[in-house]
Write a protein that binds this ligand. Structure first.
Ligand SMILES: [Fe+2]
Length: 429
């Protein structure tokens, strides 16, 4: 595996049919490569309602192409199985009633082998469709194809997070991969980088792909502000823990303090103490907590409490995006192969902006002014979740490099911890 920081672009508006067909093959292949270390039993487990069994993911992304491309664009297409439309529909209720999410792990059938046959069936039909579709219909199918590819990449990231949860749940703490560590790094001083406020513009602007929630581009007002030059490290987070961070309600939002007490949180998810030392679970198994690594698997509540303890705050998503707009999209993303956040390198400027961990912002996930969801059932993709969740920015160590951009808005509930989520601090200037 390459150990370099990686960046790339999945597609541009100029890509033709051949290029898109190759991108389709590549993304589908990447999903299957990702699953190669799994044994059959790993594919079937659901360790909490938010986690889906890997076999569900790899069927669901095929269902997406079947439902939104093959059925509307190929009049000769025949369903692989009449019940898969219910089993592998995630949340598109205008399409039909999905099978209950918390019970996905209770289904022994279809088998993993049958689901791989389903994938191959869809791939064969998609290849024929993309090869033979008349030029006149190409403009119609192209946006859906790109959405399907980026949708599958989102599920590739979810596969990593869900596989990690599945393996960490097991007292044997099995490893997904052999350890691949970043180069050793010394402590990097946290500096404050200042940004001028004023009326700025955020939202997607290039001709490349974006999700509907990144639009429309619009003006925002920012006060002058400062961002931490790097992510908050495990060592810094340990200082918060040692200062009684999880025992002192004054640092916490009311909902956060309730979560601390009800869930018994005393450390980030996947941390455990062995003989007085903190260890954490990685996709390469257990290892001692590295003090220079970014803290990971913290909820919004923990990020917010840490920031309050530190006398700082979390950035808004507009502050993050405005600062990121001129930065190259590169970092410790999936292609580096670590699948674990890496220490800051000590470079000047904003470090760890992309990759490593998704950065919690203080911005609620809400529509931009003038937002219009996609038409029809695909309008359910993003818009209906714009309530009660918080925005995260920048991608993580399991995000594909050609899937992230400055305007990308990820969103999770404030108590969620199983994503690769961490902390960058902000302050007034
Ligand atoms: Fe999905």
């Amino acid at each position: 595996m390459a150990s370099t920081l990686f960046s790339a672009n999945l597609s541009s508006a100029a890509d033709g049919r051949e290029s898109l067909l190759e991108q389709y093959r590549q993304v589908r292949r990447q999903t299957e490569t990702l699953c190669q270390p799994l044994v059959t039993e790993d594919y079937c487990i659901q360790t909490m309602p938010d986690v889906s069994p890997p076999k569900w993911h790899i069927a669901h992304v095929s269902w997406f192409f079947e439902t939104f491309l093959l059925l509307p664009f190929d009049s000769d297409y025949r369903l692989f199985h009449p019940c898969f439309g219910t089993l592998f529909n995630s949340y598109y209720v205008t399409h039909g009633q999905p099978f209950p999410r918390p019970q996905r792990g209770l289904l022994s059938r279809p088998t993993v082998a049958e689901i791989y046959r389903y994938r191959a069936y869809v791939d064969e039909a998609m290849t024929a469709l993309l090869t033979t579709l008349p030029e006149a219909r190409w403009d119609e199918i192209r946006p859906r194809l790109l959405l399907g590819l980026h949708h599958e990449q989102q599920h590739q990231e979810l596969l990593y997070t869900d596989i990690k949860h599945i393996l960490a749940f097991n007292p044997l703490r099995p490893a997904y991969q052999t350890p691949t560590l970043p180069p050793p790094a010394g402590a990097t001083r946290l500096e404050w980088l200042e940004f001028a406020g004023g009326i700025q513009t955020i939202g997607h602007e290039s001709e490349g792909f974006c999700f509907d929630n990144e639009t429309p581009r619009h003006r925002v007002y920012l006060n002058d502000y400062a961002l931490g030059s790097r992510l908050v490290s495990n060592g810094e987070y340990l200082e918060f823990m040692d200062a009684g961070g999880y025992q002192r309600p004054e640092y916490w939002l009311a909902d956060g303090w309730n979560a601390v007490r009800q869930q018994g949180w005393q450390a980030p998810l996947y941390w455990e103490q062995q003989d007085g030392q903190w260890w954490l679970m990685t996709l390469a198994g257990m290892r001692p907590v590295g003090e220079q690594e970014p803290v990971c698997h913290v909820s919004f509540y923990e990020a917010d409490a840490y920031a309050r303890w530190a006398g700082k705050r979390l950035p808004t998503e507009a502050e993050w995006e405005w600062a990121a707009a001129l930065q190259p999209v590169r970092g410790n993303l999936r292609e580096s192969g670590y699948l674990h956040p890496a220490p800051a390198t000590g470079d000047s400027g904003l470090q760890q902006l992309y990759g490593d961990v998704w950065e919690w912002t203080q911005s609620p996930y809400a529509p931009y002014p003038g937002f219009r969801p996609l038409a029809g059932t695909l309008g359910e993709y993003n818009g209906k979740f714009m309530c009660s969740q918080m925005v995260l920015r920048g991608g993580s160590c399991v995000t594909p490099a050609d899937h992230i951009r400055p305007s990308y808005r990820n969103f999770f509930y404030p108590g969620d911890r199983w994503q690769f989520s961490g902390i960058r601090l902000a302050d007034e200037r």
